[in-house]
Design a protein around this ligand. Sequence first.
Ligand SMILES: [Zn+2]
Length: 188
Amino acid sequence: MLTVELPYPPSINHYWRRVGTRTLISRTGRRFRRQVMAILAGEGVEPLAGPLAVDIELYPPDRRRRDVDNCLKSVLDALETAGAYHDDCQVVRLAIAKCHTVPGGKTVVRISEAATVAPLTADPKRKKRKCLKCGQWFDSSGPGNRICRPCARINAGIRITEKELRSQRGGKRRNGEPMASDGDVDTR
Ligand SMILES: [Zn+2]
């Protein structure tokens, strides 16, 4: 994860410059890029790999009308040029917020690794809940499902092996490494 504070970005209309059929980065755009490069170099930033989530907070310098989406591309392009990541197509989740004004304006960017993107339509009832019997977190299907599967099986008098218990609850770990199995033990 990387959090950096950058200057307020130029809008897309000031960042790029059209010359005939070509689109070039403008003087303003190059200046912003250089500032972002200097800040990231100063922090010793190495490019992040893989899918990323980017959160952008804009603190405008004054109360002039501004559309947040006009600043998105310039921030992402400058971050790519400055080596925050290899390519802005790595961004799989993007959020931008317009915050209160600060003298001179600024941007705060947080970039984090995003292994999975939870769809906005994901069922909010399905989540990790604590088992009322054993106290372990488990993948619950809804507020009415408060007993984990191994406990439900024990309640129902179904035999369950230690190996099954481990695979359903996630085995015990020491320093992140799974601990050696001592065979299947009937826990009943
Ligand atoms: Zn349980």
